[in-house]
Write a protein that binds this ligand. Structure first.
Ligand code: SF4
Length: 104
């Protein structure tokens, strides 16, 4: 018997919890924070990479990128804000990815 359904369910529940937990952060940070100037580097947190094509992680699925993640806070065509707590103070690449990705 496969553990895949349980693993998928655990991933979904973990990500849904993170997304719900981010709502108050989004409402506070989105209003008050200045735009971070520092750009995240590969490995910043949660297996982050600036180019999703470089993601070497079992949770990654093609097409997942920061710019279509529920944590994406907007920015320019290349860099923007991530509302996940572990990416505060840095900009993430619109084409980036980390294992906290939540489909928007
Ligand atoms: S949580 Fe989403 S927007 Fe933030 S770094 Fe991860 S994939 Fe990108």
């Amino acid at each position: 018997m496969s553990d895949q359904p349980n693993a998928n369910r655990r991933k979904f529940l973990r990500q849904a919890s993170a997304a719900v937990a981010a709502i108050p952060v989004v409402s506070m940070v989105g209003i008050s924070s200045a735009k971070a100037d520092t750009k995240a580097e590969d490995g910043h947190a949660h297996n982050y990479v600036n180019n999703a094509a470089d993601a070497d992680h079992a949770d990654y699925s093609e097409g997942e990128k920061c710019k279509n993640c529920a944590f994406w806070g907007g920015g320019d065509a290349e860099w923007g804000q991530c509302f996940h707590a572990d990416f505060q103070g840095v900009q993430v690449n619109a084409e980036g990815w980390c294992d906290e990705y939540v489909g928007a």
